[in-house]
Unconditional design. Sequence first.
Length: 369
Amino acid sequence: MPNDYKICNSCGEKVDVNANFCPSCKSQSFRTKAVIVRGSDEPVSLKHKLFYWNYDGEFVLSKSKLSAISIFLIFFISGLNTTIPAGYFTVSLIISAIIFLLGYLIHIIRGRPKDAVIHYNDYGLGTDIFHLFFFWQNKKTGEFVPSKTKIISFVIFIVFAILSLYRLSIYTLGSIVLFAVFFETPAFLIGYGIHKLTNPYPTNPKRIPPKEPKKMPKKEEPKAVKTTPKQPPEPEVIPKFVMYENKIEDLKAEYDAKEKVARDLIEKRFTPPQITYTRFISVVDKATEVFNSEYSSAINILHLASEESPRIDSEIESKIAVLNSIIDKIEDLTNELVLSMDTSKDEDAKNLIDDMENLISSVKDYDDS
């Protein structure tokens, strides 16, 4: 089933898809994620069982599993050229089991990683191993940054592996690996220490694009035939009132645009659930309600009028004036919010809210009379 949410680019926390800012760090920068949660009846592939940890249908490469399998293969292959391959097989199995159990214990103690870290994994076994060998992963955002330490360590490993093969005449795979690792490890540890001390993650790291959500096969269900009832044709507006209708529709589009800007500014200026935020949003809601009511009333009058009439002209002109006044108040409120965005002086904005409440009350009183 789909589980829509987005991830904060600043702290890596999972945030509700409808939220405008991160509750943890107040950031407004997000990346979207539409996770397809693995169904209970879908089998997990052998590759994922052997090399990954499973987190509710999403997978992260397991260093302990990868190390255990690698050690087993290295020592077992080395034993094939000896007179006791069965003994090497047994020793390989024991060493691999110990490595896996130690890694599994660390895995249990550390617990579930951040959702952002899980999200930036499972690109495919080859890509995930490449990231493990040559990149650091930012634990907050899950993004990968190239690691000079790992690259240098890998080069040292290759150099000493070649030296052990051609200069020291070491032909056993296990011995070659151990010899190369002996020289690689100090370089890696020094680089890892520098990495921890200098915090290599830049403010805006070079990001690796997130993977696309996994597409699960959908079970086809018989489609029900839907019949759409015929809608009665809208009444035509008499020619003289077409000008009024176009004017009212333009005002509606203008209000919708300015109302959206005002809402966005209120959410940035006042953090919910502050009383000030609630009052401002409530007044904008009432203004929208009154505007839509006056808009609908005016359109209905134009559609139902069968002939021209001075009384209808007067009523439509009055409603257009009301719509314009509400738009002006929304625009004034937006300007005041912009001017007071970086200050604590919001008295002018509150005065505008009082004016808007008075305007709304006067319109309602007129309609009720």
